[in-house]
Design a protein around this ligand. Structure first.
Ligand code: NI
Length: 265
């Protein structure tokens, strides 16, 4: 069964030296699908360009809270048109980041987040949410849009917050940090997350799992995350791979695999 990496930034400068080499090697390494979320207009366009070049890559388009300074009507208009492109399967990554002190003010981040949630409603797209040190506000924000579904990327909230999201049909993304020795909340969150709501992400080039922590990450490292989740959930790594593949396809309904697409011809 192939692996689905639902969150990897191959457009990032971390891959400038060997992007095509890495991407070309993924299918043979068992990686069957990748979603590359943008963080601003330029990286959303770059993610789309990769998606148009590699059949197994899909893009999301969005403005990340850390990169949202100066966002205005022109940017929202450009984003809307990007989100209408065939290989853009979600609005993301969007959300709130209260960790970095020099990020745009909280109320501005919230305005940009809201506008992109409205775009998701309008275009009937799922969202990829980034929430760092902003759990209460991020949860409150998504609850304002009950018709929108998506994933909390690299979920770092409490089991209570996880329950609130899961009860409303959201997915939770698990990344390299679940393999770290100090991961405390992750096993508790995984324990209460139904198997059909778990997706696996690398966040490449960031967040390499143990034993590769500190090195550049890519989708070929997902087996470390799948193995950890399989252990916690009491299933085999192969089963976890299959389950997270199917979950990813439900999370991003506009991904049409070749075999499926051919049925509609
Ligand atoms: Ni990311």
């Amino acid at each position: 069964m192939p692996i689905f990496d639902t969150h990897a930034h191959y457009d990032s400068s971390g891959f400038h030296a060997d992007r095509d080499e890495v991407l070309s090697a993924l299918p043979a390494a068992g990686v069957g699908l990748v979603v590359d979320p943008g963080c601003d207009l330029a990286s959303s366009r770059a993610a789309l360009a990769l998606a148009e070049r590699y059949p197994f890559v899909y893009a999301a388009a969005g403005i990340h809270p850390s990169d949202c300074a100066g966002t205005g009507e022109a940017e929202f208009t450009a984003l809307r048109s990007l989100c209408g492109r065939q290989k853009v399967v979600a609005v993301g990554e969007i959300g709130l980041d209260y960790y970095w002190k020099d990020n745009p003010p909280r109320d501005f981040q919230q305005m940009v987040f809201r506008r992109q949630m409205e775009l998701a409603v309008e275009l009937n797209l799922p969202v990829i949410v980034h929430d760092r040190e902003a759990h209460g506000d991020s949860l409150a924000m998504v609850l304002e849009y009950p018709e929108v579904r998506g994933v909390f990327h690299c979920f770092s909230g409490s089991p209570e917050m996880a329950e609130a999201l899961l009860g409303r049909g959201w997915y939770l993304g698990f990344d390299g940090p679940i393999t770290y020795k100090n991961a405390q909340k992750a096993p508790e969150v995984a324990a209460i997350t139904p198997l059909d709501r778990i997706v696996v992400e690398t966040d490449s080039p960031y967040l390499s799992p143990v034993p590769l922590r500190g090195k550049r990450n890519d989708s070929r490292n997902l087996p470390y995350i799948l193995e950890k989740l399989a252990e916690w959930k009491g299933v085999s790594p192969e089963e976890m791979t299959r389950i997270t593949w199917e979950n990813g396809l439900r999370l991003f309904p506009s991904i049409h695999l070749e075999t499926e697409a051919s049925c509609h011809v």
